[in-house]
Design a protein around this ligand. Structure first.
Ligand SMILES: *Cc1c(COP(=O)(O)O)cnc(C)c1O
Length: 361
């Protein structure tokens, strides 16, 4: 017994995802800056919509996500018929892997790419192919060289997590144009809304047959606890995803909250502007303390230290000050710490603690 019952190939190769820590033993007033959550929280309209939805919890939710897809279409100027909604964007990415890759196929992503990509690849039995970046920036030529007749999916987060860097639309277009015909380019736009005026690849999705973009309600919309994400892609791919998703994958409160959140563009704009202001303030404050970071386009900065020892020592100091940030050794960045941009007081608290650590305060 035991040995006879085995999971599908690849599943036991998965290392469990490590989420951002959220408490420190024996400490109150802990500042959690480890999961890129929105310090301003969700829009009031989203909270009210969720509570209203609670009165009808005995009803199944709509299976077509029609009202949410229309809201997304209205706000982002996309075709509602080609919007797909999932339980967080992670669900959308996982369904893409299940639908388009399997044993013998390759899934390509970059060395500091989001840590869920190898999990999606292994979970469907495909082979992850990890390619180098150029100084913490995705490199199109290196990706294209790594592609083969076995490549089925290429995952790129733009802006990227945990580096915060991004590549321009000309580079993304060159990547899409250069892929082998059986490969789909997946543009993970989890942080796209933090970039003013960025289309996240929408135009490329509409111009081509081999590009898909995903978006989430977990970051700028402050709804990580609700689990809603969406994707936009060629109709044929949307039709495939709709065949394999759960018919009632999104709960009625989640649909209602997300619809209200996407329509509250005033709140979104406020979150974008506040994030940009305090992100730049924090990056400058740390740089003056001798802790540089690449220019971030997202809601976190990747602080670079002299080496792993200094990064770990700073993390220890931050923890002793009640501040939780993200260690990123698992992303191949042992000398860095990823720090979510909080509100003004959070950013000041981080800068103060790093100054103490550096002995300049
Ligand atoms: C946070 C994040 C997501 C979003 O995950 P959800 O499942 O939508 O909560 C996706 N991709 C990247 C790169 C992220 O950092």
């Amino acid at each position: 017994m035991g040995k006879a019952i085995q999971p599908q190939p690849g599943i036991l190769d998965i290392a469990l995802y490590q989420g951002g820590a959220s408490h420190l033993d024996g400490m109150s007033n802990v500042l959690k800056l480890s999961s890129n959550e929105n310090p301003l929280g969700p829009s009031d309209a989203a909270k009210e919509a969720m509570i209203r939805a609670s009165h009808d919890l005995h009803r199944y939710p709509p299976t077509d996500h029609g009202a949410l897809r229309q809201a997304i279409a209205d706000v982002w100027d996309v075709d509602a018929g080609r919007v797909f909604c999932g339980v967080g964007s992670g669900d959308v990415l996982k369904l893409l892997a299940e639908a388009y890759a399997g044993p013998g196929d390759e899934v390509v992503f970059t060395e500091h790419g989001f840590s869920m990509y190898p999990i999606y690849a292994h979970a469907c039995g495909a082979t992850p192919v990890v390619v180098a970046e150029n100084e913490r920036v995705v490199d199109v030529d290196t990706i294209l060289k790594a592609c083969s007749p076995k490549t089925r999916l290429v995952f790129i987060a733009n802006p990227a997590n945990p580096t915060g860097t991004m590549i321009g639309s000309a580079e993304v277009t060159r990547l899409a144009e250069g892929l082998p015909p059986q490969a789909l380019l997946v543009l993970d736009g989890a942080y796209a809304e933090f970039v003013d005026g960025f289309d996240a690849g929408k135009a490329l999705v509409e111009a081509r047959e081999n590009v898909f973009m995903s978006r989430t309600f977990s970051k700028i919309y402050g709804l990580g606890g609700m689990r809603v994400g969406w994707g936009y892609g060629p109709q044929a791919i949307i039709d495939v995803l709709n065949r394999i998703r759960g018919p009632f994958n999104l709960s009625a409160p989640a649909l209602a909250a997300a619809e209200a959140a996407v329509r509250d563009t005033e709140h979104t704009e406020k979150c974008r502007a506040e994030n940009a202001k305090w992100r730049d303030w924090l990056a400058n404050a740390l740089a003056e303390l001798g802790v540089p970071s690449d220019t971030s386009t997202a809601n976190f900065i990747l602080a670079r230290f002299a080496d792993e020892t200094e990064a770990n020592a700073c993390d220890d100091h931050l923890r002793s000050a009640g501040i939780i940030v993200r260690k990123v050794a698992g992303y191949g960045l042992p000398h860095c710490l990823r720090i979510t941009v909080g509100d003004e007081s959070a950013c000041r608290r981080v800068a103060h603690a790093v100054a103490q650590f550096k002995g300049t305060d």
